[in-house]
Each structure stands twice: as structure tokens, then as C-alpha cells.
Design a protein around this ligand. Structure first.
Ligand code: HEM
Length: 547
């Protein structure tokens, strides 16, 4: 009796094994099921066995039906996703410039779509409504940043502020930044530093103008912003040709370039130790250079502090940090590595972003003579021709302010805001699992045709009336991010960009090209964590005012 039954069940098993239509899924489960049936069949009679067989069929069908429905329901809750390749996921779709590629994909897959960097699940966010959902409505689930090999290595094993998880250390440092380091009182106190650096920059341009020589604006603006930040932080200038120790410009440019590239070691498991792109080698060269520089600076500060009578006297931001690190009453210890990593954060986050904003702004003005003329008219009207524009004039120059906003709309120095989900949540009706990397595409928000008329047109007039600002409240315009993790250097960045751009167009005419031969400049973007120009701006300055 048992034999024919065993035969039937084994035939069924073989049929499943060879039938390609049935999924391997059914196959594995059926395999286990038939095995049990074979066993049981040895013990029960033919009627019982047929019942078991029937139950097995029904349960397989029910299981299949249920799992089909559950999985389709789950799938429908996840954001849409483009076709991916095995192992690399969607990495191949993001080259050469990720924010542009994500924007292109969003026109096909919508304002929120899912993709994989190798095996790492990510979500791209490209509309102001969705950005608001992630950064305001569900802010608490997205307060961490994704970490990668590069940032971990450069920040002494994640000892920094920018990539620190949202927790007690981040809160302590944030409090310090807002109450001591970058608040309006400290910025006012350090106004002479900014003024002096702007004067040095203008003197350099004057010399070039007298000689009819071109200015490499990318390099020179970087020196300006980097020297402002380094003087505010550590009372030293580290972006000078004559400084033989470390080329700060090269250091920061390299760091921001490597940090902006997708490192295969982070996303493809078998590339973890291969260093196929040579990033590991570059990091091992860069990091000791920075460490040597910052160690020297800290030692000099410590030496001075020992000699100083008034221990509490504060000269710069590093002094404040050293005070905090020596303060045993602090709820958390701020270590030497924390300080080094934090200062690196400010060097990288502050110098490049502000310099690039000024460079893009001048490039737009060169390509839009009407806007340039209107800006100069405003400056001449408000300030006259007998003195240079200063920070205190900015509030009386709304058109200049609008030019900087329009520059940040089209060329946000940080084109993508990276965050990570710390818990499962539903955003915009979609299920976003915990540990998903979220990329808010600020570059795409500023070009959304639903929010901006002629979005690709450079038109500062759109900001007249001041209805939209950059403070993270208007989600179509997030150059400094939004919420608790938004940029703490916003005021400093805006001050630097407005003053530098204003004084540059007030005092000089800018003729584009090595020989001043171009009437237009290209607006191509290059790769990086910030938004560099593909071809750095070079201009010959001609003095407008002789002050
Ligand atoms: C035009 C200039 C600048 C732009 C466009 C800019 C943009 C940004 C953006 C988009 C973020 C991410 C915000 C978010 O996640 O919501 C950020 C973060 C940050 N920025 Fe800026 N930034 C600029 C200047 C500066 C300056 C001058 C400093 C300091 C000297 C600075 C320090 C930082 C730091 C420390 C963070 C990390 C904040 C955190 O993770 O909590 N930035 N910046």
C-alpha cells in the first residue's frame, strides 16, 4: 500500500525539481514537505496519506498565495527603484556627477526612489515636499549621517562632529558651537580678521590688475576663505605659497574630492580590502600631513597657554576647545583627537564651500552683464566710490543679497545632504527601513519647475521681497540644510560670500580667460562632495575704483 504512495510523492518531488516554471522557492519548501510526507506515509494508511497529500498541496497553494500578497504589499510600500545589476547595484548609474545623475533618475522614478550602492540601501529625495517629510516631519529618524571608510579614517576613527551620531557628544559640541564658536558675538569679535583677509585679497588683485595678469579665482578665493577660517580657529594662516610645510589648499581639495567619490570598498564586500581606486593610498598620504600640521598648532597653543598668566584668556576657537578639554566638570571628555577631527571638519566644511559660492557667483555675473550692471549700480548708490564695501553695508544691499541667494539656488556648495535612518519609518507613504542612506538632492530642489519659474535662468529678482530665505524653512531652497543638523557656519558663510563678491565687483571689472578674451564662461560642474567648477574660473581684473 505504502509503495505507490511513496512513488507518487517522489514523482511530485522530481516534477518540481525539473519544472522550471515553479520557483526554487516552492521547490525547497516542497522538498522538505515531501520528505516529511514520505516519513509519515510509512506510518499511516492510504486514506490518511491521501489526506496528508491533499493538505500539503492546499497548504503550498495557500502559502504561495499569501506570500505573493505579502511581498507585493511590502514591495508597494517601498519606493520605486530602477533596474539594478548584481553586486554593484546602481553604482553604475551615478557617474560621473551623482547629484546630476540622481536628478535625471528622479524625472523617471519620481521625487523619492530607492537604489543600491553595491549592497547598501539608499533613497534619493528630489522634491521640496519630500525633503520636508524627511528633514522636518520625520526629522528624528534621520539625524545621523552615513559614514564611510574615507571619513572614518580622516576623522581619527569617527571622533569628529560632522559625522558624529546624534547623541550626547554631538549635542555637547553643538552647544559649544552655538554658544561660543560660531555665534554672532564671536563672529562680531572676529570681524577684524575677516576685514584684514579681504584687504589682503584685494591687494593681491590690485597687483595683478596693475600688471594685467590673470587671477586663478578658485585658488585665490580658497586662500581667502581658508585663511579667514584658520585665523578664527587657530590664529594662523596656512594657505600661503611661502608656507613650505603643508599645502592646505591641496589638502582640503583632495579630502573633499575623495570624500565625494563612491569608494567601492564601502559598498562591494569583496572590494573591502582591495583599494581598487587607490583611495586608501591617497588617504595614507594626506592624513599624516594634516596630523603633523594640527599637532604643531596644538603644541604651540599649549606652550603659549603655559606662559600666559590668565589661563582663561581666549585667543581663538582652539583656545576654547582646549579649555573645554581641560575642564574636568564637563559631562564628557573632549579628547585631543576630538579637537583635531573637529578642526578638520571646519577647515573642510567652511573653506571650500564659501570659496566655491563666490566663484560661481562671479561666473554668473560675467555671463549676465545686466545683473552685474544692476549690482554695481546698487553698490555705487549705497556706498559711493570713495570707500570699499564692508560687512555692515550688506543689510542695505538687497540686490547683492539676492545675487548670492540665486547663486546658492543654482550652485549649492553642498549639492547633496546625506543622512541615515536610525529606525524603520513611513515617509510620504513609503516604508523606509532602518539604516537606509538618504540623499536629499538640494541641487534638484533649487531647479524644481513647480517652485521656480524658468528654473535654469539666473535671475536674482526672484528673491526680491525676501519671501524665500536660506535658513532651512523653505524646502525648495536648502543650501545650508534644515533642522537640528543644518549648517552651523551659515552666517559666516553668507557674510564671507556677500562681502567678497560685493567688493570684487565694486572695485574691479573681471575679464574672463587667461588673456581676458572671453565674453562668457562655461558652467560645467566637476566631481566632489562640494560643487566645484569643472574648469576653474580665471579672469584678468581691471581696476574700477582707485582706492
Ligand atoms: C556657503 C557656505 C556653506 C554652505 C553652502 C554649507 C552647507 C552645508 C550643508 C548643506 C550642510 C548639511 C546640513 C544638513 O545636514 O542639514 C552643512 C553642514 C555643516 N557645515 Fe556648512 N556650509 C557652508 C559653510 C560652512 C562654514 C563656514 C562652516 C564652519 C566654519 C561650516 C560648517 C559645517 C558643519 C560643522 C556642518 C555639520 C553639521 C552637523 O552635522 O551637525 N559650513 N553645511
Amino acid at each position: 500500500m505504502i509503495r505507490p504512495i511513496l512513488l507518487v510523492s517522489n514523482y511530485f518531488f522530481l516534477f518540481l525539481k525539473h519544472n522550471k516554471i515553479l520557483s526554487s522557492y516552492i521547490y525547497t519548501r516542497t522538498h522538505a514537505f515531501i520528505f516529511i510526507i514520505n516519513l509519515v506515509s510509512a506510518m499511516v494508511d492510504i486514506h490518511g496519506y491521501f489526506i496528508l497529500l491533499l493538505i500539503s498541496f492546499i497548504s503550498i497553494l495557500l502559502f504561495r498565495f499569501r506570500s505573493y500578497h505579502t511581498s507585493s504589499r511590502c514591495k508597494s510600500r517601498l519606493p520605486p527603484t530602477p533596474f539594478s545589476l548584481p553586486i554593484i547595484g546602481h553604482l553604475h548609474l551615478l557617474a560621473p556627477i551623482p547629484h546630476q545623475a540622481l536628478h535625471r533618475l528622479s524625472t523617471k522614478y519620481g521625487p523619492i526612489f530607492r537604489f543600491f550602492l553595491g549592497s547598501v540601501p539608499c533613497v534619493a529625495v528630489s522634491s521640496p515636499e519630500m525633503a520636508k517629510e524627511f528633514l522636518r516631519t520625520h526629522e528624528t529618524s534621520f539625524l545621523d549621517r552615513p559614514r564611510n571608510t574615507t571619513t572614518v579614517y580622516l576623522t581619527y576613527g569617527s571622533k569628529d562632529f560632522m559625522f558624529a551620531p546624534y547623541g550626547s557628544y554631538w549635542k555637547l559640541m553643538k552647544k559649544l558651537i552655538m554658544s561660543e564658536l560660531l555665534n554672532s558675538r564671536t563672529l562680531d569679535l572676529l570681524l577684524p580678521v575677516r576685514k584684514d583677509e579681504i584687504n589682503r585679497f584685494m591687494n593681491m588683485v590690485s597687483q595683478k590688475a596693475k600688471l594685467g595678469m590673470p587671477v586663478d579665482l578658485k585658488g585665490e578665493l580658497f586662500k581667502l576663505t581658508n585663511n579667514v577660517i584658520s585665523r578664527m580657529m587657530v590664529s594662523g594662516r596656512y594657505s600661503e605659497e611661502e608656507n613650505e610645510d603643508v599645502d592646505m589648499k591641496k589638502l582640503v581639495t583632495e579630502i573633499s574630492e575623495i570624500s565625494g567619490r563612491f569608494n567601492l570598498a564601502d559598498y562591494v564586500w569583496f572590494c573591502k580590502n582591495l583599494d581598487l581606486q587607490g583611495f586608501g593610498k591617497r588617504l595614507k598620504e594626506i592624513h599624516p600631513l594634516y596630523d603633523k600640521l594640527i599637532e604643531r598648532i596644538i603644541c604651540e597653543h599649549e606652550e603659549e597657554r603655559r606662559k600666559r598668566k590668565d589661563k582663561e584668556e581666549v585667543k581663538d576657537l582652539l583656545d576654547i576647545l582646549l579649555n573645554v578639554s581641560e575642564d574636568n566638570s564637563m559631562e564628557m571628555k573632549v579628547s585631543r583627537e576630538n579637537i583635531k577631527a573637529f578642526i578638520l571638519n571646519l577647515f573642510v566644511a567652511g573653506s571650500d564651500s564659501s570659496a566655491l559660492t563666490i566663484e560661481w557667483g562671479l561666473a554668473e555675473l560675467i555671463n549676465h552683464p545686466r545683473v552685474m550692471k544692476k549690482a554695481i549700480e546698487e553698490i555705487d548708490r549705497v556706498i559711493g566710490k570713495s570707500r570699499c564695501l564692508e560687512e555692515s553695508d550688506i543689510s542695505n544691499l538687497p540686490y547683492l543679497q539676492a545675487i548670492v541667494k540665486e547663486t546658492l539656488r543654482l550652485h549649492p556648495a553642498a549639492p547633496i545632504i546625506p543622512r541615515t535612518s536610525t529606525e524603520d519609518c513611513i515617509v510620504g507613504g513609503y516604508h523606509i527601513p532602518s539604516k537606509t542612506t538618504v540623499f536629499v538632492n538640494v541641487w534638484a530642489l533649487g531647479r524644481d519647475p513647480q517652485y521656480w519659474d524658468d528654473p535654469l535662468e539666473f535671475c536674482p529678482e526672484r528673491f526680491e521681497g525676501g519671501h524665500v530665505d536660506v535658513r532651512g524653512q523653505h524646502f525648495q531652497m536648502l543650501p545650508f540644510g534644515s533642522g537640528r543638523r543644518m549648517c552651523p557656519g551659515m552666517s559666516l558663510g553668507m557674510q564671507l560670500a556677500q562681502v567678497a563678491l560685493g567688493v570684487m565687483v565694486q572695485c574691479f571689472e573681471w575679464k574672463a580667460g587667461q588673456e581676458g578674451e572671453l565674453t562668457r564662461v562655461d558652467m560645467e560642474e566637476g566631481p566632489g562632495i562640494t560643487l566645484p567648477r569643472a574648469n576653474p574660473l580665471v579672469c584678468v581684473p581691471v581696476a574700477r575704483l582707485h582706492l
